[in-house]
Design a protein around this ligand. Structure first.
Ligand code: IMP
Ligand code: MG
Length: 176
């Protein structure tokens, strides 16, 4: 059992399962874009661990950048998403693969898609380690999904509950 602030969490997904899922995503992206020098865009803060492990599994030429959005307060997704820091690099003709820790309602994703729509990229793809199909409200295609999970709040491997839990190498779920 794990206590973060006022809530208790229980073990849910092991470090091994996470690594396997990230390795398969990297292999899929590599099969699709090895020729293109893709630029991976990690969505901070949550995706920092995913991006790091993803890139260690990705052996072909690639670049990385980060973007910072914000939508979560506590354990409830808020409807408003803000971009806090962006990419100051020309993405014209580039293959962009956005890397997310988790896609929940899809609000962040919709915002990201709108943001990159203004740029003349060659390919725009989305990869996420975790996906909550029951919570997803958009019809934007998610190109690479690591692990589908039920609509439960999770922490660990970059994901936090009000700032805590990001350093855990495995994933815990909120105890009901
Ligand atoms: P969305 O905009 O509702 O899809 O939420 C996306 C963001 O909310 C993610 O990138 C996370 O930062 C955060 N989030 C969504 N679900 C969880 C969760 O179960 N635990 C921790 N953070 C989450
Ligand atoms: Mg996030």
């Amino acid at each position: 059992m794990l206590q973060l602030h006022d809530k208790q969490f229980e073990p849910f997904i092991s470090a091994e399962e996470i690594d396997f899922a990230i390795a398969s995503m990297a292999a899929q992206v590599e099969a699709d874009f090895a020729e293109e020098t893709p630029i991976f865009v990690g969505v901070l803060n949550g995706a920092f661990m995913v991006v790091s492990d993803f890139m260690k599994h990705y052996k072909s030429p690639c670049e990385v950048s980060f973007i910072k959005m914000a939508s979560y307060e506590g354990t409830e997704s808020t409807n408003e998403v803000k971009q806090l820091i962006g990419i100051n690099q020309d993405l014209t003709g580039r293959t962009v693969v956005v890397i997310e820790d988790i896609v929940d309602t899809g609000n962040t994703l919709a915002e990201l898609k709108a943001l990159f729509k203004q740029q003349d990229v060659a390919h725009f793809k989305i990869a996420t380690l975790f996906f909550k199909p029951e919570a997803y409200k958009k019809d934007i295609k998610i190109d690479y999904v690591g692990i589908r999970i039920p609509n439960k709040f999770i922490v660990g491997f970059g994901l936090d509950y009000d700032g805590l839990g990001r350093n855990l190498p495995e994933v815990y779920q909120l105890k009901e």
